[in-house]
Design a protein around this ligand. Structure first.
Ligand code: C2E
Ligand code: MG
Ligand code: MG
Ligand code: MG
Length: 293
């Protein structure tokens, strides 16, 4: 009887696996269609300087709302796109769209134009045509190269540090800015900061979560900020949700921040454009996000 029960369990597991495989194939089919029919969209999240809280730019984040599957989160469809190679077409579309939309945004009172950050998958970065894709996106949109920042996750860098560094140097030579995304999320080594020619280090949300409450996390964040600054890199904190976190980060010398405290990702709109141009980067926020220093 035990054996029979065991056998039946195995059959059930097989059925489940088949279902999972079918669901994955379906999602892959739908994603391919979404990319081809240009039915993905971009949301933009404000990036602010610390301690002022002035908006200096945005990060573009891909969104997918499917007719059949409903809303699918990037943490689901980006890995799928990477596994299937679809991320190359998806990424090219994101790059083109973000550059085109950002090129239309007017300057703030300071005369400074907002920047736009675009996430780049390791698969995309390693691709032969990547430099051409970036060049074309800049040319087609007319966006100045220093208004574009490409974000690369640290895991991408670790697989082949030398190749990644060489490729990033090519991108940097276009005049484009570079950021190391999700720093601290993986097995990050501080040597990455030295080896990779990035302008900016983005500290992962998992560290920022407890930066105001956990001493160990605060120590690590402070160390990363100091190390990055010593090596001539700027630092951005990801996932800032409370005024306490922002205050703590500002007191540690963190240069910029992103998070729900300052704004959630939202579609490009006159409202967002108004936010981008409403204050100069040096002007303090007149809300509860004010950071007394
Ligand atoms: P990421 O590049 O690290 O983007 C930040 C993520 O944190 C976004 O999630 C954003 O919505 C979320 N976030 C921002 N502020 C807060 C906060 O205060 N609290 C919390 N809890 N979350 C916050 P999202 O949009 O779901 O994207 C997830 C990841 O998917 C991104 O992480 C990025 O790695 C990837 N991704 C998104 N769009 C693209 C894309 O166009 N291309 C590629 N290659 N990857 C993308
Ligand atoms: Mg990012
Ligand atoms: Mg990140
Ligand atoms: Mg991420």
């Amino acid at each position: 009887r035990g054996r029979v029960a065991h056998f039946r369990t195995e059959l059930l597991e097989d059925a489940e696996t088949t279902d999972a495989v079918r669901a994955r194939h379906r999602m892959e089919r739908r994603l391919r269609l979404a990319i081809e029919s240009r039915s993905l969209s971009l949301h933009y999240q404000p990036v602010v300087t610390l301690p002022s809280g002035g908006v200096t730019g945005v990060e573009a984040l891909a969104r997918w709302e499917d007719d059949e599957l409903g809303r699918v989160a990037p943490d689901q469809f980006i890995p799928l796109a990477e596994r299937t190679g679809l991320v190359v077409d998806l990424g090219r579309w994101v790059l083109q769209t973000a550059c085109r939309e950002a090129a239309g945004w007017p300057a703030g009172p300071s005369g400074l134009l907002p920047t736009v950050a675009v996430n780049v998958s390791p698969v995309q970065l390693a691709q032969r045509g990547f430099i051409d894709d970036v060049t074309r996106a800049l040319e087609d949109s007319g966006l100045a190269p220093d208004r574009l920042c490409l974000e690369i996750t640290e895991t991408a860098a670790i697989t082949d540090l030398t190749a990644t560094a060489a490729r990033l140097a090519q991108v940097r030579d276009l005049g484009v800015r570079l950021a190391l995304d999700d720093f601290g999320a993986g097995h990050s080594a501080l040597t990455l900061l030295r080896a990779l020619p990035v302008h900016l280090v983005k500290i992962d949300r998992s560290f920022i979560e407890r930066v105001a409450s956990d001493t160990a996390d605060a120590v690590l964040v402070r160390l990363v900020i100091e190390a990055a600054h010593s090596l001539g890199r700027r630092v951005c904190a990801e996932g800032v949700e409370t005024a306490e976190q922002a205050q703590q980060l500002a007191s540690m010398g963190c240069d910029s921040a992103q998070g729900w405290l300052f704004g959630r990702p939202e579609p490009a709109s006159p409202r967002l454009a108004a936010r981008l141009t409403s204050r100069s980067p040096a002007e303090p926020l007149a809300t509860d996000a004010v950071l007394p220093l």
